[in-house]
Design a binder for this molecule. Structure first.
Ligand SMILES: [Ca+2]
Length: 122
């Protein structure tokens, strides 16, 4: 299975970009004819995102790939207009340091966002 993303509006050699390659062996080494049938555009687990089911008919198996929520994060960073470096306000041990406040604002957008967001390390 190849998951592609359309890059441009014209059909050329570089029209699609490979996003992910999924082999039946990576799902289950015993799968045969994985990808012979595909069904999608149905939200099987009710999380608001369409899922994909892929058949492996020689193994009498179907694999369901659940789509995780897609979250867009808009980040704004606000720094002070100026910093007075002649008057350090912070100390680390005996050393005087300049310090200032930074405000970071994040806006999360997406459909049916979970109540808690954690880092995806995959
Ligand atoms: Ca889903």
């Amino acid at each position: 299975m190849f998951f592609l993303s359309r890059v441009g509006s014209h059909v050329t050699r570089d029209w699609c970009r490979l996003l992910q390659k999924l082999s039946g062996r990576s799902v289950n080494p015993g799968l045969q004819m994985f990808g012979q049938s595909i069904s999608g555009n149905v939200d099987m687990d009710g999380n608001g995102y369409a899922d994909v089911t892929i058949g492996a008919f020689m193994s009498d198996s179907v694999v369901m790939l659940r789509t995780r929520p897609v979250i867009t994060v808009d980040v704004s960073i606000f720094l002070p207009v100026s910093i007075n470096i002649s008057m350090p306000q912070c100390h680390e041990g005996q050393q005087n340091l300049n310090c200032f406040n930074v405000t970071v604002c994040m806006r999360f957008r997406g459909r049916q966002l979970p109540g808690q967001i954690s880092e995806d390390k995959s």
